[in-house]
Write a protein that binds this ligand. Structure first.
Ligand SMILES: Nc1ncnc2c1ncn2[C@@H]1O[C@H](COP(=O)(O)OP(=O)(O)OP(=O)(O)O)[C@@H](O)[C@H]1O
Ligand SMILES: [Mg+2]
Length: 333
């Protein structure tokens, strides 16, 4: 039995939009599984189906061994769900927020107090538990949200974008809490994120989702290794013979994959040192001038790029032309 198992799960909204398109995934018990994708990829829709808040249009989904379509109550008894948007009531204290949620979850009175004490300890809010949540920092609020997801000590915890919008330091802290929860309670965790580093640090396995479709599923390490261990990024002066150049580069022995963004070419390779002179040779034989070139190690961002043909966040990616030029300038300086 898997913690989560779906078979060709699909969701078509009334608008006709297919937000989830034949998604088949398996989350082993005790695993942290990451659903990685850009805005609108279908991550929250999938989570809402798995947590029984939304009915699938077709396909099957089982959570903790129960069918989300026919055994919704049993599914709910075995899961915790931390929504993308906070559900905290700011005018209640941290403790009161958990009390309220515990009552809504029908957690018996005799275990409620002890459970809440324990959770406040885990999320390190014991000393601030009697202050109104409005006085909490962003990280503290997120911790309280996560605490709410732990109230019924679920077998499977769903975290939808647990660190979205938090600063990097707070994000690291939240990762520590997630790890702690996972290790202490041997919980299976399904999280969505569009932070590559988050998926890389936390997850045993990752599925990359884009436009409702799974592009690939594997461990972060295997995904990165599949691209070779180095990346050469270079910019050419004219795009006229770009296709010719790319097709020549693809034939080279050390090349795993090539992608382009305007005049910027990204080559995944097993040996940058061998490849760079060959790129110059090919370019020169086609009378193409290389404006700049650099060598880096692959990250999950690169994995995403190679499977979707675009950066996870076009505005932030290192393949963005402006960013790329700035980077090149820094390298030259
Ligand atoms: N209730 C709805 N009715 C119609 N379309 C919807 C509805 N909810 C979501 N969508 C659409 O479905 C697609 C997937 O949305 P979803 O919220 O699942 O994406 P996501 O991967 O969670 O994105 P984000 O990273 O922004 O949270 C989007 O195109 C979205 O506009
Ligand atoms: Mg979402």
């Amino acid at each position: 039995m898997y913690a989560v198992e779906t078979d060709k799960l699909s969701k078509v909204y009334h608008s006709g939009l297919k937000a989830v398109d034949e998604v088949s995934i398996k989350l082993e018990n005790g695993e942290i599984f990451g659903f990685l994708g850009p805005n609108g990829a279908g991550k929250s829709t999938t989570i809402m189906i798995l947590t029984t808040l939304l009915k699938p249009t077709s396909g099957k989904a089982f959570v903790a061994g129960f069918d989300v379509a026919t055994q919704a109550k049993s599914v709910r008894q075995n899961i915790g769900y931390v929504q993308q948007d906070s559900t905290i009531d700011e005018y209640l204290t941290g403790r009161e927020n958990l009390e309220l949620q515990a009552r809504l979850n029908h957690i018996p009175k005799d275990i409620r107090t002890k459970r809440i004490d324990e959770i406040l300890g885990i999320i390190e809010l014991s000393d601030r538990q009697n202050e109104a949540a409005v006085t909490y920092s962003g990280g503290m609020r997120k911790r309280l949200d996560i605490g709410g997801g732990l109230l019924n000590m679920p077998k499977v915890l769903f975290l939808d974008e647990p660190t979205l919008g938090l600063d990097i330091q707070t994000r690291y802290k939240i990762w520590e809490y997630i790890k702690k929860i996972h290790d202490e309670f041997e919980m299976s965790i399904f999280l969505t994120t569009h932070y590559m580093e988050e998926a890389d640090k936390l997850c045993n396995n990752i599925s990359i989702i884009d436009n409702g479709k799974i592009k690939i599923t594997d461990s972060p390490k295997a995904l990165k290794n599949a691209l070779g261990n180095e990346i050469v990024i270079f910019e050419i002066n004219s795009e006229i013979k770009l296709e010719q150049l790319v097709s020549e580069i693809k034939k080279l022995a050390t090349v795993k994959d090539v992608s382009t963004n305007g005049s910027i070419i990204t080559v995944f390779t097993t040996s940058g040192d061998q490849l760079i002179p060959q790129i110059f040779q090919q370019a020169s034989s086609l009378e193409i001038k290389i404006e700049s070139i650099s060598l880096t190690k692959p990250t999950l961002d690169d994995v995403f790029l190679s499977h979707t043909g675009r950066a996870l966040r076009e505005d932030e990616g290192k393949y963005d032309k402006k960013k790329m030029r700035e980077r090149m300038r820094r390298i030259r300086a």
